[in-house]
Design a protein around this ligand. Structure first.
Ligand SMILES: *Cc1c(COP(=O)(O)O)cnc(C)c1O
Length: 435
């Protein structure tokens, strides 16, 4: 697979280069030069395949020139070693649960696949790959657990002191092995700034092999297409073939992967971009004016993004044509009060506990359905995190109904190891060079 930059369609780089660089020098994002179509026969019979089989099929359509089939099959199996069940809540409403991986958030798909792709392209005897990641919560845990024990890699996570939940912090700080956590006395933006400074530092670039693990990496996008195909497979088994996906969106990587799946031949009636108060995209869909804003804090904190980094990929998929885009993507936005009410409504109606991000996707699906009363389709909202990661948001009776998975109980028994650090780049640099 060759890739171009959304800022320069003449650029052409090989897949490993795009993976290790994350971003082209022109600050665009990498996109595949050629998006393959899966055979009609495969799509029409997709209901008979498992998630592992579908994941391999989709991955090999994209990556067969970069990675030989036996290795790719093995890599996919190792990365996607958990399920993505589609739960039916009523006649035409389904929730696609993407939180059954080790960090209990959908980011496990991207992080686990990326870590193994990077390990695959690292050659024996090469310098250790230093992965730097700033996190506001979910990304760090997924990346830490994705790279845990992966040979020839070392992960350093910067997280803002006191600003991640208890479970998130344990996921960052209890790993040991090749995972290092830095507790930064500052905000998420400070953490991100320190990481960016490291990538710009000449001495560090020379002495360390640095890479970033952020959500714009093309190797995080690819595995997120798998579960859209798998959801469709599960619907097909129930005799359904018209589907609307509602995606809780922040940086818009998840929904970009869905649109990529559609380009590869997955039949999808509509995508819904569901956002919290950070509504840059729904405003754009409404008005045609794309104007980013500083992010505001909400209950659905993993979606607190004012300038969604993957949006350029989506515009690129639609050749910058808003009219075409509107035919395939709808957008809705909800505030904290509506989110809380939705959590209660979902619980009352289905006896199901949804995390705040998931609740926003449900609200948007309800809205879309009410605006299209004469159309029959299966509505699927994506559940991006396990509710136990956000215990403070829920009313008491609903919180009590959350089933805490065994790996969380196990986390609580582990010791926390983090190095406290000021928001001081020189201290960070010294640490990276001298440990
Ligand atoms: C990261 C995240 C999102 C947003 O996904 P994007 O790909 O950034 O749009 C939604 N929900 C949860 C729980 C997340 O961790």
């Amino acid at each position: 697979m060759k890739l171009y930059s959304t800022n320069n369609h003449h650029l052409s780089v090989a897949f490993p280069e795009a993976v290790f660089n994350s971003m082209p020098l022109d600050k665009g994002l990498y996109m595949p030069e050629h998006i393959p179509s899966l055979e009609q026969d495969f799509i029409q019979n997709i209901g008979q395949y498992s998630l592992a089989e579908i994941a391999f099929k989709v991955a090999s359509a994209l990556l067969k020139e970069a990675i030989p089939a036996p290795e790719l099959r093995h890599l996919v199996q190792e990365a996607i070693n958990f399920d993505a069940p589609l739960n039916r809540l009523d006649k035409n409403t389904y929730v696609l649960e993407l939180f059954h991986g080790p960090s209990l958030a959908f980011k496990d798909f991207g992080a686990r696949f990326m870590s193994r792709i990077m390990a695959y392209f690292l050659k024996d005897g090469e310098e250790v790959l230093d992965v730097l990641v700033a996190t506001s919560g979910d990304t760090g845990g997924a990346v830490a657990l994705g790279f845990l024990g992966v040979p020839n890699t070392r992960v350093t996570i910067l997280y803002p002191k006191g600003k991640v939940s208890e479970i998130q912090e344990l996921q960052l700080c209890s790993n040991g092995q090749n995972i290092y956590a830095l507790e930064i006395d500052g905000t998420f933006d400070d953490c991100q700034h320190m990481v960016k400074q490291a990538f710009a530092d000449e001495e560090l670039k020379e002495k360390r092999r640095l890479t970033s693990a952020n959500s714009i990496n093309i190797s995080r996008l690819i595995p997120q297409t798998f579960y859209y195909f798998y959801a469709y497979a599960q619907l097909q088994k129930q005799g359904k073939d018209k589907v609307v996906f509602s995606v809780p969106s922040g940086n818009f990587g998840n929904i970009a992967a869905g649109l990529l799946a559609q380009k590869m031949g997955l039949p999808v009636k509509q995508f819904i971009a569901a956002t919290n108060a950070n509504d840059t995209v729904p405003r754009f869909l409404e008005s045609g004016i794309y104007q980013t804003r500083p992010s505001v804090q909400t209950y659905a904190n993993a979606m607190d993004v004012g300038a969604p980094s993957n949006w350029v990929r989506i515009m690129d998929l639609f050749n910058q044509d808003r009219e075409q885009l509107l035919e395939k993507v709808s957008g809705y936005t909800y505030n904290d009060e509506q989110t809380l009410q939705a959590i209660t409504d979902i619980y009352t109606r289905y006896h199901y506990v949804a995390c705040p991000h998931t609740a926003i996707a449900w609200l948007a699906l309800e809205k879309y359905s009410s605006e299209h009363p004469d159309e029959a389709f299966a509505g699927v909202f994506l559940s991006t995190a396990h509710p136990c990661k956000f215990p403070d948001v829920f009313p008491q009776d609903i919180a009590a109904a959350i089933e805490v998975p065994p790996q969380v109980e196990e986390l609580r028994s582990k010791a926390k190891h983090a190095l406290a650090m000021e928001t001081d780049f020189e201290a960070f640099k010294t640490y990276l060079l001298n440990r």
